[in-house]
Ligand binder design. Structure first.
Ligand SMILES: *Cc1c(COP(=O)(O)O)cnc(C)c1O
Length: 460
């Protein structure tokens, strides 16, 4: 075994007092702002008043704020962040060595909390604002379960009721996730359920439906708007969520300065876009202001390729078509991706902020296939030790591919990627990979066309 001469430490920690006390709002520096959410009934931009029927008041303000560059993180939220932050920035020496690459690989690890992902960063903020407003509880949906787990934990901390609609196939396949949420005090209902109008209608039309994120969102919104003292919260896609997740990028930025690292490229997996949007935020700010340039790469599953095969248009966020319309890269709200194991990446749309940035050429995107993702996950686990979430492993795949390209060309680059979480609840997927029974299921052009054909008429 060779030993590695380290120029920088393996783990680049920040002190607690170096943790940023502000979120960075990239919209302030965007030349073209993300398009507003639109009311499907009127075709007009949603007003704050309309949004406040669904979301908490302060979160609505954050959602609509395209101007404030920095938003102070309230002290009680910073105190919760301190329970698991700052998160480490890690130099992947052992992976570099195994690849034989001249590139340096760094990852920001967000899996060091029991919810197992970055989602706690926004869950804590959303639960805090809901409690501050005097609400009784919140409703939400969860696909793979990470968001529901993070929100359950956050609600337990601040003392809020939490109702989670969990996509039925995950509810059945991931009973342990469900029990974690229940342990934190949440109620978990498989979706489509018989407890909402949307759920009953869907069950009547498709009796064997195993659910989708879009349907679970419709159910959660329905319960929120019909139950006094409740609001709906969402774990990704929205501008406010990217704002909260900017803590990832703000910390990374400080750590890079402290340890003298200049990333050439920043890579993240993209489901709804929140971890990537958060990681790149301050770096993208520099890029938008013309101070620095970085390659920024979104990695999505080939089974749900919103950026690479979708269209930039107004679409519903949910299958029941009761939510506001968002302008985003989308495959159509009726698109139901195949049962890819990277559950957290199975959303048909994409963050309006990232969609606009991608549309304006500030970032690139690529799609990768499931077996190649698990190959990268396995190589990462065997070298760096962390068992990565399937979602995160999309970013690992791209980071490894870029490092191998550096090797081929014999050039040095600093590659930074977001390691969003751990994969302990995804062992059925690992089992399939290990057994050689995992398949890549890529939608046909016809399936993509059929999804896009159902876009709302506002685009015509
Ligand atoms: C939810 C999730 C993602 C994808 O969500 P984004 O909003 O695109 O960041 C990625 N990784 C993990 C571990 C997740 O839980």
């Amino acid at each position: 075994m060779s030993s590695i001469k380290t120029t920088v430490p393996y783990k680049m920690y920040l002190e607690e007092n170096e943790m940023p006390d502000k979120w960075y709002n990239v919209r302030a520096d965007m030349p073209v702002k993300p398009a507003p959410l639109v009311n499907p009934a009127t075709g007009e931009a949603m007003t704050a008043e309309q949004l406040e029927g669904v979301f908490c008041k302060e979160l609505v303000d954050q959602e609509l704020d395209n101007a404030s560059r920095y938003v102070e993180i309230p002290e009680p939220i910073r105190d919760y962040y301190k329970m698991y932050r700052p998160s480490p920035l890690v130099r992947a020496y052992k992976l570099e060595e195994a690849l034989g690459t001249p590139a340096h690989i760094y990852y920001k690890f967000e899996g060091n909390n029991t919810s197992g992902s970055h989602k706690l960063n926004s869950a804590l903020a959303q639960a805090y604002y809901a409690k501050k407003q005097g609400l009784v509880g919140v409703t939400t949906e969860t696909g793979a379960g990470q968001w529901g787990t993070a929100l359950s934990m956050a609600c337990a901390f601040v003392g809020l009721d939490c109702k989670v609609f969990m996509v039925k196939c995950s509810y059945e396949q991931k009973p342990f996730r469900r029990e974690v949420m229940r342990t934190y005090g949440a109620s978990v209902t498989p979706s489509p359920s018989m407890t909402t109008n949307v759920g009953r209608a869907l069950n009547a039309r498709f009796p064997n439906s195993t659910g989708s994120l879009g349907t679970a969102i419709s159910e959660a919104v329905e319960v929120a708007v019909t139950t006094p003292g409740y609001r709906y919260v969402l774990g990704s896609v929205l501008n406010q969520v990217l704002l909260h997740q900017s803590i990832i990028g703000m910390e990374t930025f400080v750590a890079c300065q402290k340890y003298g690292i200049e990333p050439d490229m920043i890579i993240g997996c993209a489901g709804g876009g929140s971890n990537l949007g958060g990681l790149i935020a301050p770096f993208m700010g520099q890029k938008l202001r013309g101070e620095k340039d970085y390659r920024i790469i979104a990695v999505e599953p080939a089974s749900c390729p919103s950026f690479t095969k979708g269209v930039y248009a107004y679409d519903f966020c949910d299958t029941g078509n009761i939510c506001p319309l968002a302008k985003m890269y989308t495959l159509g709200s009726s698109f139901i991706p195949s049962a890819n194991h990277a559950g957290g990446l199975r959303f048909h749309g994409m963050s309006p902020i990232l969609s606009q940035l991608y549309h304006d050429g500030f970032m690139e995107a690529r799609a990768v296939e499931q077996t190649a993702v698990f190959e990268a996950a396995t190589q990462f686990a065997r070298t760096e030790g962390i068992l990565p979430a399937p979602e995160s492993s999309h970013a690992i795949r791209a980071a490894i591919d870029e490092a191998l390209e550096c090797k081929k060309q014999n050039i040095h680059k600093n590659i930074l990627f977001g390691l969003t979480g751990t994969g302990y609840f995804d062992l059925v997927a690992y089992q399939q990979y290990n057994d050689g029974t995992m398949i890549d299921r890529i939608p046909t052009d016809e399936e993509i066309k059929a999804g896009i054909a159902t876009l709302p008429v506002i685009n015509k």
